[in-house]
Design a protein around this ligand. Structure first.
Ligand SMILES: [Zn+2]
Length: 358
């Protein structure tokens, strides 16, 4: 029994996505969501998941999507982020069948001031749905955690009503992930906001559940974007257990994990912390900082090792007329970054128990 007995290979949307996350909770593992910024990072992440025989989540942030479209494109109206996210989704949909694994296409944090980005992606979902009976993206995230709670929950519910008929899942955030990512800086947020209360999670649940099952919650438990010196904020995965218990105590039933939970800021967390969070029903863990670092490592080491072969197009220690083309071909040095990225995604799969899960 494995994931492929529950959902087919390919892009996972609608009921299959619920089945996938249910299966994660039942078997006690989670899937890494890797931020991708290019076809290179998408392909490397897919390659890693194929190597570990696992499902995978590929996501684009607002800035990452704009990068996908091209840094030369203006983004004053989210146009680069909209088109870049759509391009990423189509690229993933085009190549994913060759990897023969289940793939979730997701968009990352969307704050109030960039809701136009989410609107643009949802329009693309609706257009895709008309032709293919499923949304272009498997899921989106809306992040109004910096706004007041009533606005956050009400607006999230409004978006979920639009997405649910297409079978597109919505991730929301309540309580704030600390640190800095993609230009959003929460390094100075008040400590209490970094730990979501069970009552708040239940309030989200009661607002969204009547609309359907297709939502998941990123609740803050001292998690932080980025990698920092230890000691600033303490990670408290036990809070996630309390959320599950609290909601269960309110709604009854036998399900010990009534919530799909998302772990943001997975980079820099210890193996034990990750394992504990997963045991409380985390189904998705975002990894960005560590995979950015991993992508650089391979390129850095390549350059340092081959520095005498890449100073000039012709001429290296083996001879002043020796060509260097095979050293500066991007398929060699970008590939070096892909290989170290692949290793890091494989490690994320291992940390989350997502090895040989197909
Ligand atoms: Zn995040």
């Amino acid at each position: 029994m494995g994931v492929l007995d529950v959902v087919p290979a390919g892009i996972v949307t609608g009921k299959n996505l619920l089945k996938l996350y249910d299966y994660c909770q039942e078997k006690g593992f989670a899937i890494p969501a890797v931020n991708c910024t290019s076809s290179s990072t998408v392909n490397a992440t897919l390659e890693a998941a194929r190597a570990t025989n696992s499902p995978i989540i590929l996501q684009v942030s607002h800035g990452g999507a704009a990068y996908f479209a091209g840094k030369g494109i203006k983004n004053d109206n989210n146009q680069a982020s909209i088109v870049g996210a759509i391009a990423a989704a189509h690229h993933i949909r085009t190549v994913a069948p060759l990897y023969n694994i289940p793939v979730v296409i997701h968009s990352d944090h969307c704050a109030r001031k960039i809701l136009g980005w989410l609107d643009g992606m949802i329009e693309a979902d609706e257009e895709y749905f008309k032709k293919h009976g499923e949304p272009l993206f498997s899921s989106h995230m809306i992040d109004l955690s910096a706004e007041d709670k009533a606005y956050n929950i009400e607006t999230t519910a409004k978006y979920m009503k639009r997405l649910a008929p297409m079978g597109c899942l919505l991730e929301m955030e309540i309580g704030i992930t600390g640190g800095e990512e993609d230009g959003v800086n929460n390094e100075d947020v008040e400590n209490a906001a970094l730990y979501t209360q069970p009552e708040d999670v239940y309030e989200v649940y009661t607002a969204l559940k009547p609309i359907g099952d297709m939502f998941c919650i990123a609740a803050a438990f001292g998690n932080v974007h980025g990698v920092y010196k230890p000691g600033n904020v303490k990670l408290e995965p036990i809070l996630l257990k309390r959320h599950q218990e609290y909601v269960k105590s309110k709604i009854g039933g036998s399900n010990n994990k009534p919530l799909f939970l998302v772990f943001h800021g997975g980079s820099g967390s210890t193996e034990e912390e990750v394992k504990e969070a997963v045991s409380y029903g985390v189904v998705k863990m975002n990894v960005d900082t560590d995979t950015q670092w991993a992508y650089l490592e391979g390129v850095r080491d390549y350059v340092l090792k081959n520095v005498d072969y890449i100073r000039t197009q012709v001429g290296n220690p083996e001879g002043s007329d020796m060509p260097n083309k095979k050293y500066y071909d991007p398929r060699v040095w970008v590939r070096a970054g892909e290989i170290t990225l692949i290793k890091r995604v494989e490690q994320a799969n291992a940390d989350l128990g997502n090895i040989n899960t197909l």
